[in-house]
Design a protein. Structure first.
Length: 195
C-alpha cells in the first residue's frame, strides 16, 4: 500500500547557514518549474514545516492570515532575486519594506555588547523571516541566493562556490540539460547555414 509521505529531508550542507537554508526552503515553496510545482504553503502541514524555523511559538499549523502575509513577503523576496535591473531590485525591496510596515523592531545589546534587533510588534513569523533576510544582507551572503539558470526549473539555491558564479541549482540535472540544449541548437543552426 502506497503512503503519501514526503521524502526524507536531505542532510544539511554545512557550508549553508541554517537561516539561509530556511529562507531558501521558504522561497522554493512557491509554484515554480515546468510543469509548475504546487504552492506548498497551501498544505497546512507542509506550511508548518517550512515556517517552523521562523516560528518562536512552535505552532505546527499556521493560520490562513499568516500564510497570506508570508506569501506576500516570499513573493517580494523572489522578485528581488529575479530582478534584472537595479530599478527592479529597488522596487522589490521597497515593496517588501511596505509589506513589513506593521513590524516594529527595537535595537538591544547582548551581554557581550553586540547590537541586535528584537521584534516588539507585528506577526512574529513574518518578523523572523525579515530578520533572517536582514542578517543575510548584513553578512554579505544574500547575494549567494540565486534562481536556477534553467528557466524550466527556477529553483532557488544557495551558491556555495568561492567565486559566487554558480548558475544552476544542480549541475548534473539543470546544467547538463541547458548545455545539451545549447549544443543541439548550435548544431541545428550550423546545419541550416550549410544547406
Amino acid at each position: 500500500m502506497a503512503t503519501n509521505q514526503s521524502p526524507s529531508p536531505e542532510p544539511a550542507d554545512p557550508r549553508i547557514p541554517a537561516s539561509a537554508a530556511a529562507v531558501v526552503d521558504l522561497l522554493n515553496s512557491r509554484p515554480h518549474a515546468t510543469p509548475a510545482l504546487p504552492d506548498t504553503l497551501d498544505d497546512p502541514g507542509r506550511a508548518g514545516e517550512i515556517l517552523s524555523p521562523f516560528d518562536p511559538a512552535g505552532r505546527r499549523v499556521p493560520t490562513p492570515e499568516r500564510i497570506e502575509r508570508v506569501r506576500a513577503v516570499r513573493d517580494h523576496l523572489v522578485a528581488v532575486l529575479a530582478a534584472g535591473t537595479p530599478a527592479q531590485t529597488a522596487q522589490a525591496w521597497t515593496l517588501l519594506t511596505e509589506d513589513g510596515s506593521e513590524l516594529t523592531f527595537q535595537q538591544t545589546f547582548t551581554a557581550a555588547g553586540r547590537p541586535q534587533l528584537q521584534q516588539v510588534a507585528g506577526d512574529p513569523v513574518v518578523g523572523r523571516i525579515v530578520l533572517a533576510v536582514a542578517d543575510l544582507v548584513t553578512a554579505d551572503t544574500w547575494s549567494r541566493l540565486r534562481i536556477c539558470g534553467n528557466e524550466r526549473c527556477a529553483h532557488v539555491f544557495y551558491d556555495t562556490t568561492r567565486s559566487r558564479t554558480q548558475r544552476w541549482h544542480s549541475y548534473e540535472v539543470c546544467g547538463n540539460r541547458t548545455n545539451v540544449a545549447a549544443y543541439r541548437a548550435r548544431a541545428r543552426s550550423g546545419r541550416a547555414s550549410d544547406g
